[in-house]
Design a protein around this ligand. Structure first.
Ligand code: NOJ
Ligand code: CA
Length: 704
C-alpha cells in the first residue's frame, strides 16, 4: 500500500483517501478517510494522540457525526478504548446486484466503498478490527474481535460507541425499554427528549423503562438543513439490541446495550463480530423509505432452498378476542361453561376456512387453540402453555384436513407469555405436530416477563432465541412471524422464512388502550420498518360505534380507506386481513381491495412522504404490470394531486379508487367511502382528498 505523507491522495477507483501526518509508523495522529462511490458521504477514522479511535461522518460536505467514540469495556479485562496502534488497512469497492427471496424490489444494487482497519492495543496485545462501508446514502461500521491466540471467551461490560451529532435535530422517538417497543412516537428536539413522560397511555402491563434520556432505535431525525438521518443497527446476531442514551446538553448519543440478568451485555469469543452500527442519510424524506443499506449489510441465506416459501395474506380468529367478545381460553373438559364463548373451535375454524378459501387467502391463524390460556398470564411462572394439546372443542386433525382440501395453509400460534425455556423444551414436539398436520408457519408471542427470570426481550439471550426459532422453523419449511420480539435489523435477508415481526405498536392497541394516534402509521415506515417488515395487522373496518368511554374508542383510529391503504404503505410479505368476517361480508366493495392486494413486489416508488404527516406509496406487483397505491394521512385532511408517471408509458390501466367520502372523518364518519373506476395512463394525475385520519387505496390493473 502506498502511504502519502502530508497531503491527500485520491484513488478515484476506490474513492478512498488516506491522510497521514508522517511516514513514521508510530506517529501521534492519523486519519483514514473513506468516501462513498459518488463522493458525497465521507467516513473518517482518526487515531488520537492517546491511541483512541474516533470517527466522523460528513454528507454533502456537512458534518453529521463529530468524533464519535469507539471501543468497549470488558468484564475483568478493563477498557478496550485507548492505546491503539494501527496495523494495516484493506480497502475495496463493492458493486453487486442481488435478489431478495421476496421484498419491495425484485433486484437490489449494493454499491459502496469498504475498508477494514486493523488495530492493536499496544499494552495488552488485544486486536480490534473496524469494518466500514460507505454508501451514497449512509454508512455502516462494525467491530471484529480477531483471534490472536489469547483467551478465547470474553464478556462485554459496555460498548463505547457514540454518535455526537452536529445539531439539535428534531427526533421521532420511543422511550428506551428493554422489553417492549409497543409505544406511540414522540417528536421533539433531541435536547427535549424526556423518555419517562407518559406520551400516549400505554395500555400494556409489562415494560421496563430505563431512564429519562434513553431512546430506542431506529431513531429518525431531521436536521435544520433538511437532511433526514436514522440511526439503527443491521444483522443483530448473538449480541444485545442497542438503545441510545442522549446527552441533552452535548447532543451526544451513546450506545446503551440491553443487559442480561446479571448486568453483563454480551458473551463473545475471539473471532466474533458485533452488529453493524448504521447511519442512514436521505436528502428528501421519501428517500429514507427506499434506503436499503440495512438489507445490504446483512448476508444471503447461509444454506437452504426457500422456493417453498410463499408470501401471502392470512385471516384469523383474533380480533374478537382483542375486542373482548370471545376468549382465547377454552373449556378444560368438554361441556365446561365459560364466561365468554371460546374463539377457536372446530366450527368457527371451519367457517373461517370456507371464507378464506372463497376469497383467496393463503393462510389462516387460530389463536387460543391450545391448553394454558385458562391460567391467565401465569405470573412469571415457568410452565404456562402446552404447544401440543388442543382444547377439547377443537379437533385439530379434522381442521387440518378440512383446510388442506380447500387449499388454505394453517398457521400455528405459540404464545409463550415469556416462558421461553419451557417453550424451547417443547419446541421439537410442537414442530412435529405442525409437520404432521401440514401447518405452513407459526406466529409466536412473548407477552410479559421472561423466564429465564431477569433476561430481557432485547438482550443477547433472547436475540439468540429468536434466531434459533428462525433456524428451527426454516429446517422444517415453516415461516415465522414473531410478536413481542426484538425489532428487526434486516435479518429477513438471511432468514427469509422469518417473514415479519411485530416489535412496535400494532393495530391491536386500538382494541383495548387509548389506541394509536392517527399519525402513528405515517411514522412507522420512517422508524420501525426501516429494520424490516411489520405484522401490523391492518384491514380492520371501523364499523362499531365509538364506545365513548374515557379510556378508549375501542376501534381503529382511521377511516376505512386508510385501513386499505396500509397494505401498501406498511410493507410486509405476510399481511393479515385482521377484521371480522361479518364486516367483510357486509362491505364487499372495500373488501375487494384486501382480497386483491399482493404482498410481494417488483418495484416500489415512494411518491411523497413526511413522517408524522403523510405517506404515499406505489408498488408494482411481482411478475405483473399491475400497480397498487396506498396514501395515508395523519389527523389532517389533505388534497393531493397524484401523478401517475410511475406507470409504464403508453400502457392503459383501469384504476379502481377507494377514497374517503367527502364527509369522512376518523372520529365521526370512519366508514364513509366512495369507490370509483376510470381508465388512466402514465400521463394522467388523480385528484385525491384524504379525510382527517384518512387514506386512499388504488389498484391499477394493466389493460390488455
Ligand atoms: C399480543 C400479540 O401482539 C397479539 O397479536 C396476540 O393476539 C396476543 N399477544 C396473544 O398472543
Ligand atoms: Ca403485541
Amino acid at each position: 500500500m502506498m502511504l502519502i505523507p502530508a497531503f491527500t491522495f485520491r484513488m478515484s477507483l476506490l474513492c478512498v483517501f488516506w491522510v497521514f501526518c508522517a511516514l513514521e509508523p508510530v506517529c501521534a495522529s492519523r486519519f483514514f478517510n473513506l468516501f462513498s462511490p459518488d463522493l458525497s458521504v465521507q467516513f473518517n477514522i482518526q487515531l488520537t494522540a492517546d491511541g483512541e479511535i474516533r470517527y466522523s461522518v460528513y454528507a454533502d460536505k456537512k458534518s453529521l457525526i463529530k468524533q464519535g467514540k469507539m471501543g468497549f469495556n470488558l468484564v475483568g479485562q478493563g477498557p478496550l478504548e485507548k492505546g491503539f496502534r494501527w496495523l494495516s488497512i484493506d480497502t475495496s469497492s463493492v458493486d453487486e446486484r442481488w435478489e431478495p427471496q421476496w421484498g419491495e424490489e425484485r433486484q437490489l444494487r449494493k454499491r459502496c466503498s469498504r475498508m477494514v482497519v486493523h488495530f492493536e492495543q499496544t499494552a495488552s496485545g488485544k486486536r480490534l478490527d473496524l469494518e466500514c462501508m460507505v454508501f451514497n446514502d449512509g454508512v455502516g461500521f462494525r467491530y471484529h474481535f480477531p483471534s490472536s491466540g489469547r483467551q478465547e471467551a470474553f464478556i462485554v461490560a459496555e460498548e463505547l460507541t457514540s454518535f455526537p451529532l452536529a445539531g439539535d435535530h428534531e427526533a421521532f422517538w420511543i422511550p428506551g425499554d428493554y422489553d417492549t417497543n409497543e409505544y406511540a412516537y414522540a417528536r421533539t428536539p433531541l435536547s427535549q427528549v424526556h423518555a419517562s413522560q407518559e406520551l400516549w397511555p400505554h395500555g400494556i402491563g409489562f415494560r421496563s423503562q430505563i431512564s429519562d434520556s434513553t431512546v430506542q432505535t431506529p431513531l429518525t431525525m431531521r436536521t435544520a438543513d433538511g437532511l433526514w438521518l436514522s440511526i439503527h443497527e443491521a444483522a443483530l446476531v448473538n449480541y444485545p439490541a442497542m438503545q441510545l442514551d442522549i446527552d441533552r446538553g452535548e447532543l451526544i448519543l451513546a450506545a446503551h446495550l440491553v443487559p442480561d440478568a446479571v448486568g453483563n451485555k454480551a458473551y463473545l469469543r475471539l473471532g466474533d463480530r458485533t452488529p453493524w452500527r448504521v447511519l442512514l442519510i436521505a436528502r428528501r424524506a421519501p428517500e429514507l423509505l427506499t434506503n436499503r443499506i440495512i438489507l445490504h449489510l446483512n448476508e444471503d441465506p447461509a444454506e437452504g432452498d426457500f422456493s417453498w416459501l410463499k408470501p401471502g395474506k392470512y385471516m384469523g380468529i383474533w380480533w374478537e378476542m382483542h375486542l373482548g367478545t370471545r376468549s382465547w381460553a377454552g373449556p378444560r373438559d368438554e361441556g365446561d361453561s365459560l364466561s365468554l364463548p371460546h374463539g377457536a373451535t372446530t366450527g368457527s375454524m371451519q367457517r373461517l376456512i370456507d371464507f378464506a378459501a372463497a376469497n383467496g387467502f393463503t393462510y389462516l391463524l387460530a389463536e387460543g387453540w391450545n391448553r394454558g390460556w385458562e391460567h391467565g398470564d401465569g405470573g412469571w411462572s415457568e410452565r404456562k402453555f402446552s404447544f401440543t394439546e388442543a382444547y377439547p372443542d377443537i379437533d385439530l386433525p379434522r381442521i387440518s384436513q378440512y383446510a388442506q382440501e380447500r387449499g388454505v395453509g394453517l398457521m400455528m400460534h405459540h404464545e409463550t407469555y415469556g416462558a421461553v425455556t419451557d417453550y424451547e423444551r417443547q419446541l421439537p414436539a410442537a414442530l412435529d405436530l405442525m409437520e404432521n398436520l401440514g401447518y405452513k408457519g407459526v406466529k409466536t408471542g412473548y407477552v410479559g416477563r421472561l423466564v429465564p427470570r431477569g433476561e430481557h426481550h432485547d438482550g443477547q439471550w433472547m436475540v439468540n432465541h429468536f434466531l434459533y426459532q428462525a433456524q428451527q422453523t426454516a429446517r422444517r419449511k415453516f415461516f415465522l412471524v414473531s410478536h413481542e420480539s426484538v425489532r428487526p435489523t434486516g435479518l429477513h435477508r438471511t432468514y427469509p422464512n422469518w417473514f415479519s415481526s411485530e416489535a412496535a405498536r400494532g393495530n391491536e392497541f386500538n382494541a383495548w388502550s387509548a389506541g394509536n394516534p392517527p399519525e402513528h402509521e405515517t411514522i412507522l415506515p420512517f422508524t420501525r420498518l426501516l429494520g424490516g417488515p411489520m405484522d401490523y395487522t391492518p384491514g380492520i373496518f371501523p364499523t362499531h360505534a365509538a364506545a365513548g368511554d374515557s379510556f378508549a374508542l375501542r376501534r381503529v383510529h382511521t377511516t376505512l380507506c386508510k385501513q386499505l391503504a396500509l397494505y401498501v404503505t406498511l410493507y410486509s410479505p405476510l399481511q393479515m386481513a385482521a377484521g371480522n368476517v361479518e364486516d367483510y361480508e357486509r362491505h364487499p366493495g372495500p373488501f375487494q381491495f384486501i382480497r386483491e392486494v399482493p404482498t410481494d413486489w417488483d418495484s416500489t416508488v415512494v411518491v411523497d412522504a413526511v413522517p408524522g404527516d403523510y405517506v404515499f406509496t406505489a408498488r408494482r406487483q411481482k411478475d405483473s404490470a399491475d400497480w397498487y397505491v396506498g396514501m395515508i394521512t395523519d389527523e389532517l385532511a389533505r388534497k393531493v394531486t397524484l401523478r401517475l408517471d410511475f406507470l409504464e408509458p403508453g400502457r392503459k390501466y383501469v384504476a379502481r379508487i377507494y377514497a374517503d367520502a367527502p364527509d369522512a372523518h376518523w372520529q365521526t364518519r370512519p366508514m364513509a367511502y366512495k369507490i370509483t373506476e376510470q381508465r388512466v395512463d402514465a400521463r394522467d394525475a388523480l385528484n385525491i382528498r384524504l379525510a382527517p385520519g384518512g387514506g386512499c387505496a388504488i389498484s391499477l390493473r394493466a389493460a390488455e
